[in-house]
Design a protein around this ligand. Sequence first.
Ligand code: ADP
Length: 200
Amino acid sequence: MFVVGLTGGIGSGKSTVADLFAAHGVPLVDTDLIAHRITAPHGIAMPQIAAEFGDSFVAADGSLDRARMRTLVFSDEGARKRLEGITHPLIRAETEREQREAQGPYVIVVVPLLVESGNWKTRVNRVLTVDCSVETQIARVMSRNGFSREQVLAIIARQATREARLAAADDIIDNDNAPLDALKAQVDAQHRVYLAQAAA
Ligand code: ADP
């Protein structure tokens, strides 16, 4: 299966763009959803997390105590690495399973941290970056999440830079000041390119 890795910073418009591809019948694999599912009640990462960090990180319903874990990994880089050592291989395996089972001309894997984490680039045929300016990201996330400017800036500071994401891209969707019909036109054109590449 021909695989497109879709990435972009917070608020760049990844979900919006992914939905426009899905409207063409392109199956989506969402690594954020997978990450959430494996740490949901009795998710497949939970036995290892309990063994590594202790039962105090498991909520009453069997899910990850996200608030507690967030506090820990925020201040403890080693703990973050240990957590990722558990979750990343499971996310990778689940992603590959969903890719294999996907039905369609090609598949889009939405990977918010494609540029930041590991060897994603080697596991997709094309990297598609959704691009916009930092100011646009800030405005969108403030309005979508009700965050302050400082909160959004703190999240952006932990992500790859706009330049790094553009450098990693094979293809780019420009979603800065793009009215929705212009965005859709870009997705339609890119979809036709991917159909041809997947068939070749
Ligand atoms: P991401 O998944 O990258 O965080 P989203 O697709 O959720 O980004 O977009 C962030 C917010 O900005 C959402 O509320 C979305 O509706 C809005 N948005 C995205 N693209 C546009 C656009 N071209 N014009 C207007 N609003 C947009």
